[in-house]
Design a protein around this ligand. Sequence first.
Ligand SMILES: Cc1cc2nc3c(=O)[nH]c(=O)nc-3n(C[C@H](O)[C@H](O)[C@H](O)COP(=O)(O)O)c2cc1C
Length: 203
Amino acid sequence: MQSPVENQRLVELDMNLPIWDRFFWVAPLVLVGTMESDGSHDLAPKHMAMPMGWENYFGFVCTPRHHTYSNIKRDGVFTVSYPRPEQLVLTSLAASPRFTKDEKPALQALPVFPSTSVDGVLLSGAYMFLECELDRFVDGFGVNSLIIGRVVAARVAEDSERKDEVDDQAMVHEAPVLAYLHPGRFASIADSLSFPFPSGMKK
Ligand SMILES: Cc1cc2nc3c(=O)[nH]c(=O)nc-3n(C[C@H](O)[C@H](O)[C@H](O)COP(=O)(O)O)c2cc1C
């Protein structure tokens, strides 16, 4: 086996510090929706968020300091909206700091519609929508926790639904998807290529 140092110089990262800001990595960017105790709704962006396996589970990383965490602890449900690239600024606004009475007025800029199977809201104009019932909290990753939900309802915008008769490349081109490039960058993905799976590969 070839030693990696023959081709490139490697930088040892300090394990006493978090490593995740030291290089770029690709993540999704979603808005997690919950209800506040006063009956208003909350939306918060999350990039550490993804399906938990091949069945209908969805999980994301959150800190117990966030309302998202305490709202889910209380109500046992949450929603997930996948914003389109043109909704990036709205998505970012949902991370605005709270005011003195814990309110987040920036949320008024985000158009929403009610979810159907769980109590909550979804972002109007997003392209994918999940409604989740809490499966479990996994606490203790430092200051973070993993929140996992069972997806009990899901809807996709018509222009973003994969169909046999629609070419995947054309579909992504017509309805680009948003990627978060941690830390602090984003990309609108409109061009994509088929993945070169090895022949005979099984899931
Ligand atoms: C681009 C972006 C990505 C974020 N990703 C996460 C994440 O994956 N997990 C997390 O706990 N917070 C994440 N945050 C921060 C929170 O969502 C944010 O602080 C939010 O205001 C918390 O709101 P809440 O108190 O209403 O739950 C992210 C913020 C931004 C701008």
